[in-house]
Design a protein around this ligand. Structure first.
Ligand code: XMP
Length: 326
């Protein structure tokens, strides 16, 4: 039997009971595989790696070493949530690395999208490798591989993953959710007690805000993007759109226009709202957002975010526009 093929008899995990049965089964399997050895996990805070972390903490506790690399391109509050949930609430063996300066220094002045992606991917591997080589006695590498990753391994996602992990790492893999679909991973995550917002968070590119801070990234524009994005997310949450819209975010281009603030000329960047619905991210439609809410969001962003003086709405479906701006 090929361990990478989901058996036809495997029931879709849709309920807490089924999730708990899956968890019990995986806990036993992981304990059997790992014994008393140590396991390393790159914990991004995304759904898949978070669920794997919670599952492995349940199975082997402190034998799991989680490494969270903050590349400085996370959304507001994300790294803090990883520390809160895993470092504190679940008392995990968590190594937190703030590599913001390393990433942003390398990215300074680079405006070509593919080059930016490459730098972020390579730097991630480098930072992770450096950390891994400081640790002793690691025998296994855990990964949040899910079934669509296996099915599409020659497709879109491979290019999407943040550089993947170092290929020369000679670790045996632990991949407890590799036969699950995304919706099942979420049910398992909830059964493991992870916060709803973590388990149901929207897709977020590995290179993070790096693909939304268009052109060459600067710290001030990245900061403005992060703050504007946080306001958009907060307002979608408060107004019942968070569960309805598949993906929504702000992109900030590298251009300024003239505005007026406090009676003075105020040059600033535009914040572009992108809110789309899709089932597979191959095509996407535009979600209608009530105008009153758009006005409110515009008011908040232009008043609360330093450097932003206009808010624009992207009405372009995919195709022809991709979901991200890059
Ligand atoms: P595009 O822009 O190609 O995006 O229409 C399709 C979906 O893929 C997401 N995306 C990524 N996901 N790593 C990921 O895991 C990445 O590097 C990456 N880049 C884009 C994008 O957010 C959208 O949901």
């Amino acid at each position: 039997m090929n361990p990478n093929v989901r058996p036809e008899t495997m029931q879709r995990i849709t309920t807490l009971e089924l999730a708990n049965a899956f968890i019990d089964e995986q806990v036993a399997l992981v304990r059997e595989q790992v014994g008393d050895k140590k396991v390393l996990l790159a914990l991004s805070g995304g759904v898949d790696s978070s669920v794997v972390a919670a599952l492995l903490i349940k199975a082997i506790g402190k034998q799991l070493v989680c490494v969270h690399v903050n590349h400085g391109l996370m959304r507001k509050g994300e790294s803090e949530q990883v520390i809160e949930v895993f470092g504190k609430a679940l008392d995990a063996n968590l190594i937190y690395i703030d590599a913001t300066d390393r990433f942003l220094d390398k990215l300074a002045g680079v405006d070509a999208p593919e080059k930016k992606r490459k730098i972020i991917g390579n730097e991630f591997i480098e930072v992770f490798n450096e950390e891994a080589s400081k640790l002793e006695g690691i025998s296994f590498l855990a990964q949040g591989t899910i079934y669509p990753d296996i099915l599409e391994s020659d497709g879109v996602k491979a290019h999407h993953n943040v550089g993947g992990l170092p290929e020369d790492m000679k670790f045996e893999l632990v991949e407890p959710v590799k036969l699950l679909y995304k919706d099942e991973v979420r049910v398992v995550g909830e059964a493991l007690g992870l916060p709803h917002g973590m388990v149901y968070r929207q897709p977020f590119p590995g290179p993070g805000l790096g693909v939304r801070c268009l052109g060459a990234i600067t710290r001030d524009r990245l900061h403005a993007l992060r703050e504007a994005d946080a306001i958009l997310r907060e307002e979608f949450d408060l107004n019942g759109l968070a569960g309805k819209v598949w993906q929504y975010f702000i992109a900030v281009p590298d251009m300024k226009s003239v505005g007026v603030r406090d009676g003075k000329r105020y040059e600033g960047w535009p914040a572009i709202i992108r809110a789309v619905n899709t089932t597979d991210a191959m095509t996407a439609t535009i979600e209608e957002i009530p105008y009153a809410l758009l006005h409110h969001i515009t008011d908040r962003i232009t008043h609360e975010v330093e450097g932003i003086n206009r808010v624009l709405l992207d009405l372009t479906p995919k195709p022809i526009g991709t979901i991200e701006w890059e």
